[in-house]
Design a protein around this ligand. Structure first.
Ligand code: PEP
Ligand code: MN
Length: 339
């Protein structure tokens, strides 16, 4: 950590900061600058809390140098993590396409969509059985009946299934049916849920919180890994900004940033980022060009009748085109950047 002093800091204030650092068992290294002094904190065993310094007289700011996350970081493990789901591999060198409706509505709906998306090239099927809806009066999902339909899709169509787990109470149940367990944007910092996910034998697809920094997102993944589950897939799904032309703003720059910082795979959900069908294809092309390891896309054969997120759901033939286009982009742009 670097403690940056005010320009007007007195010698006493600087000496006091040095004493606080030494009392922590660390080495203080004052670095005189043109008009202010900064003090390096060296030989710390673990992360030092910036709050210990920010309130001290004469201190302008305390800047952490070492990363707060460890297990998710390339400093701990440089080679890319590959997450295996049945025959599907998610991670560097692969483009994984996950598709399906926002919510499981009926067996017929799920099977129809699953057959369409499989034909187009999807390797995993998605669909919510427990839905985190903004309004308590909106369709909340079929619950365990929806999970049973997902199991039927796996059996009859032959696609592994991804579905959201919303709380610790239903974790065991969802874990029993799902191949990949999704933690949604609203639960990214539900620490009890993250800890339970860390004890799971299933891979976890961790969405970015809608107002989370990359560091907060990686720290959420760290919670899961710290409990022993290292099969984590990150999913960028757009963040809240001031614009109205889309539901969220897809943060494409998160992809190269996460790939640089972490060995975990990162996929993109263009559907919840856009909130509208017409943006899903261009955002998907952009995400794959930016080197995402995969996409998770909402598809519905009758979006006008969908019980949730119909406006952003692609028709099956649109998803078919998406698959062709992103596969072509992946063939040209896939793989790690040379810097
Ligand atoms: C979803 O994928 O079904 C979902 C609710 O997404 P998010 O958590 O990103 O809003
Ligand atoms: Mn949805």
């Amino acid at each position: 950590m670097l403690v940056v002093m005010d320009k007007s800091a007195t010698t006493e204030q600087i000496d006091y900061v040095i004493k606080v650092i030494e009392d922590l068992g660390c080495t203080a290294r004052p670095i005189p600058g043109g008009d202010r002094v900064s003090i390096g904190v060296l030989n710390n065993k673990g992360p030092v809390d910036t709050a210990l310094f920010t309130g001290l007289a004469g201190v302008k700011e305390a800047v952490p140098i070492t990363k707060p996350y460890k297990l998710v970081s390339r400093e701990t493990k440089n080679e890319d993590t590959l997450v295996k789901v049945g025959d599907v591999t998610i991670g560097n060198g692969f483009l994984t396409l996950i598709a399906g409706p926002c919510a499981i509505e009926s067996e017929e709906q799920a099977l129809t969509i699953a057959r369409h998306v499989k034909k187009s090239g999807a390797q995993l099927f998605r669909g919510g059985a427990f839905k985190p809806r903004t309004s308590p009066y909106s369709f909340q999902g079929l619950g365990e009946d929806g999970l049973k339909i997902l199991a039927k899709v796996r059996e009859t169509v032959g696609l592994p299934v991804v579905t959201e787990v919303m709380d610790v109470q239903t974790f065991d149940m969802v874990e029993h049916y799902a191949d990949v367990m999704q933690i949604g944007t609203r639960n990214m910092q539900n620490f009890s849920l993250l800890k339970r996910a860390g004890e799971s034998y299933r891979p976890i697809l961790l969405k970015r919180g809608m107002a989370a920094t990359i560091e907060e997102w990686l720290m959420a993944a760290e919670y899961i890994m710290a409990q022993g589950n290292h099969q984590v897939i990150l999913c960028e799904r757009g963040v809240r900004t001031f614009v109205h032309h889309s539901r969220n703003t897809l943060d494409l720059s998160a992809i190269p940033m996460v790939r640089k910082e972490s060995h975990l795979p990162i996929i993109v959900d263009p559907s919840h980022a856009a909130g509208r069908r017409d943006q899903v294809l261009p955002l998907s092309r952009g995400a794959v060009a930016a080197n995402a390891h995969g996409l998770m896309v909402e598809v519905h054969h009758q979006p006008d009748k969908a019980l949730s997120d119909g406006a952003q759901s692609l028709y099956p033939d649109q998803f078919d085109l998406l698959c062709q286009q992103v596969q072509a982009i992946f063939n040209v742009a896939g793989g790690p950047d040379p810097f």
